[in-house]
Design a protein around this ligand. Structure first.
Ligand code: NDP
Length: 329
């Protein structure tokens, strides 16, 4: 009989009314998997906010421990790649959606879902990056594959003061890109500049229905917002440029025209972190180890305790969180 640990559990009653509570569990309560991990740090992403508040159908199995990201140490493994003592990170794969997730002292998962923590990176640093930061890196890699190098021109980042946005700015700036940060929180100008943004624009500039083509303002974009914002980013992307779309913080719709694609050769690059193949994750985490200034992680992240997860979940869906939230277990 293993020791008990605390877990956050979301349940729903016969009327499908959702509730959240702290419970004690043992390893016998966890789901199937070939690796058990002692969770040392986790985080609250926008998606976790949606799961805990029930504002979107993220949780699809009940009751469930939410939490889509964790970092920790392997305690038991029957998977050939992992042994007790290995430091690992997990992002996505349905963890915190259909498989018990990160908001517990222990997690049992498939070894194929795990990535080795980059050398020198702590569990806390990895969670300051989290799915949001790893997705920001996937976006940067997609722009690079499309040939968007710093010499091509600036890159706009929307939802700039959020998790994806903050990490994207820090990575792009370190790689030498000129970054234009679009934010609704102009009060965060100093913060965004400290991450490496060269110019700050008010997100209202991109919030109205887009013209078919606008003035060419950037060679590339990383968009966490969707809706009119993404449509405007596309219509203002210069000839041959590309936009990596990863988010829907402003809406899931996309009212655009084909003009940017057929008249300017602009490409829209879709980014999914959840089911991204293992080789791409390994590459992204390797790049995070080399191309993200870990010194910036402390200004990007706020640390909370396990008891603060629910409040942080409410705050993130209301757009009140700056950067990233790290949960120390
Ligand atoms: P955050 O809440 O940390 O950041 C989102 C930011 O978007 C906010 O900080 C705010 O930035 C801006 N924003 C919020 N509401 C609106 C609005 N109504 N209109 C315009 N801008 C708005 O979330 P994350 O950074 O963690 O995630 C960002 C998005 O990316 C989410 O939609 C998330 O679901 C998605 N995502 C997708 C992934 C994938 O695999 N494709 C993986 C990870 C995240 P500011 O205050 O600067 O304006």
């Amino acid at each position: 009989m293993s020791d008990s640990f605390r877990a956050l559990l979301v349940s729903r009653d016969e009327n499908k009314v959702q509730s959240v509570g702290l419970v004690d569990m043992t390893e016998a309560d966890l789901m199937e998997g070939d690796v058990t991990v002692a969770v040392e740090a986790t985080t609250v992403n926008y998606k976790d906010g949606l799961a805990i508040t029930g504002k979107a159908p993220v949780v699809r199995r009940w009751p469930l421990i939410p939490g889509i990201d964790f970092a920790g140490t392997v305690t038991q493994s029957s998977h050939p790649d992992w042994k007790a003592g290995d430091k690992v990170v997990l992002n996505g794969w349905g963890v915190g959606e259909t498989h018990h997730g990160a908001y517990a002292g222990r997690a049992r998962v498939k070894g194929d879902w795990l990535v080795r923590l980059p050398d020198g990176m702590s569990a806390k640093d990895a969670m300051a990056v989290g799915t949001a930061g790893y997705t920001a890196m996937l976006c940067v890699m997609a722009l690079e594959r499309h040939g968007i190098v710093p010499a091509r021109g600036p890159v706009v980042v929307t939802g700039a003061a959020g998790g994806v946005g903050s990490v994207a700015i820090a990575i792009l700036a370190k790689l030498g890109y000129r970054v234009i940060a679009s934010t609704g929180r102009v009060s965060e100008t100093e913060y965004l500049k400290s991450l490496g943004a060269a110019d700050i624009i008010d997100r209202e500039e991109l919030a109205q229905p887009a013209k078919a083509l606008g003035k060419e303002r950037w060679a590339g974009g990383i968009d966490a917002v969707g809706s009119h914002t993404l449509a405007n980013v596309l219509s203002m992307t210069s000839y041959g440029g590309a936009v990596a779309a990863c988010g829907l913080a402003g809406g899931m719709d996309l009212a655009t025209s084909v003009a940017p694609f057929i008249l300017r050769g602009v490409s829209l690059l879709g980014i999914d972190s959840v089911m991204a193949p293992r080789e791409i994750r390994e590459e992204a985490w390797k790049r995070i180890g080399s191309d993200l200034d870990t010194g910036k992680l402390s200004s990007i992240s706020t640390t909370i305790g396990f008891d603060g997860i629910e409040q942080a979940a409410r705050d993130i869906v209301e757009g009140k969180i700056r950067g990233r939230v790290v949960v120390e277990m």
